[in-house]
Design a protein around this ligand. Structure first.
Ligand SMILES: Cc1ncc(COP(=O)(O)O)c(C=O)c1O
Length: 364
């Protein structure tokens, strides 16, 4: 089976975890600190705060920016539920925005139009490993006096205009098992703001400024030493893996017929957490069957946008988002991870080209 994702665990990771298990220290300690420093250096951030998941990173980062009850946060509707769930979890209200047709990122003009006097922040998503247009978004945020908290859970190593995602502002990352590097479960906040960093450190640990002195309400969002040891062993391999993802993506884009292949904007450095094609409506099921018959795992990220989720409908958080709905009907993610062999890539293109005809390709 050619899987959609595959954690790459080598002897370095095994040894690092074993050493940690034998060290006697399992909860947050020196390895977490070391991982934070290595991560900050990697994304070129002033501060990095390790937490237990990407969702925790978003919750803690939003709270550290002072977002809470009565506030509205702009969120693209085409994303994983965790993005907007984090807004609800800090007591604020997500306001959904449609996406661009070409790279699935938040439509900045529509974000502008969706603002109210309660809007405090924008939570853009660098979906599938491609940065949103941070130039336009930062200009908008500055003009309106808003914070930007980036959901970079799928974009570790990605760049916009030559700068690493996470190198300025506040960005949240995930180390879930399918991500570019993994700690099993884990997350990180990168920020250039010392006050946000200080508050985030408190918020990840029961709101404690010092041991057994609770200043503010929070929960346990700490990372374990075992996770940090894994992360430290994975991080040096990341650039090589991302390059491999990019060359796999380039090969697929050159060889696939009859589908719309992913777009990389000129200012972007896409890290292809997912290689997401678009298949003309009504043809996706036939393609999925063909891939399945050839033992190739392909996944629809995402079959539903947030406004189509029962929870969001119940909370009456919705609107009209035709571009996102079209994306839900057309997207299909194919394997692109660095564990693929040349034969795997061949198998994927043969399967796709066996069903789709060149005439079916439609440029989004
Ligand atoms: C876009 C996006 N946001 C948030 C998350 C949440 O991360 P985690 O699963 O580590 O909580 C993920 C990852 O699953 C994601 O892909």
């Amino acid at each position: 089976m050619i899987r959609i994702a595959q954690p790459l665990i080598g002897t370095e990771e095994e040894q690092a975890v074993l050493d940690t298990l034998r060290s006697g220290r399992l909860a947050q300690g020196p390895r977490v600190e070391e991982f934070e420093q290595a991560f900050a250096e990697y994304v070129e951030a002033r501060h990095a705060i390790a937490v237990s998941s990407g969702t925790s990173a978003l919750v803690v980062a939003l709270a550290a920016h002072g977002i809470g009850e009565g506030d509205e946060v702009l969120v693209p509707t085409f994303t994983y539920a965790a993005t907007a769930n984090a807004v609800l979890l800090v007591g604020a209200r997500p306001v959904l925005v449609d996406i661009r047709d070409d790279d699935f990122s938040i439509d900045v003009a529509q974000a502008d139009a969706a603002m109210t006097e309660k809007t405090r922040a924008i939570l853009p998503v660098h979906l599938f490993g491609h940065s949103c247009d941070l130039t336009k978004l930062r200009a908008l945020a500055e003009r309106r006096g808003l914070a930007i908290i980036e959901d970079a859970c799928q974009a570790l190593g990605a760049r916009w205009d030559g700068s690493k995602i996470g190198s300025s502002g506040t960005a949240c990352f995930s180390f879930y098992a399918t991500k570019a590097i993994t700690t099993g479960e884990g997350g990180m906040i990168a920020t250039d703001n010392a006050d946000v960093a200080g508050l985030a450190r408190k918020l990840r640990d029961q709101g404690e400024g010092e041991r057994y002195r609770t200043d503010i309400l929070s929960a346990n969002h700490r990372m374990t030493e075992i996770a940090a040891a894994l992360g430290l062993a994975q991080l040096p391999k990341l650039d090589g893996w991302n390059e491999r993802r990019r060359s796999n993506a380039a090969w697929l884009s050159e060889h696939l017929a009859g589908v719309v292949t992913p777009r990389e904007q000129t200012a972007a450095y896409h890290v292809y957490q997912q290689y997401t094609i678009r298949v003309s409506e009504g043809r996706r099921d036939a393609l999925r069957v063909q891939l399945e018959e050839n033992d190739i795992e392909a996944v629809v990220y995402y079959p539903r946008s947030l406004h189509q989720q029962p929870l969001y409908q119940e909370l009456e958080i919705g609107g009209s988002f035709p571009i996102a709905e079209q994306a839900c009907a057309e997207v299909l993610s194919l394997p692109v991870h660095p564990g693929l062999s040349d034969a795997d890539l061949e198998a994927i293109s043969t399967a796709v080209n066996g069903v789709m005809t060149p005439a079916e390709a439609r440029r989004a």
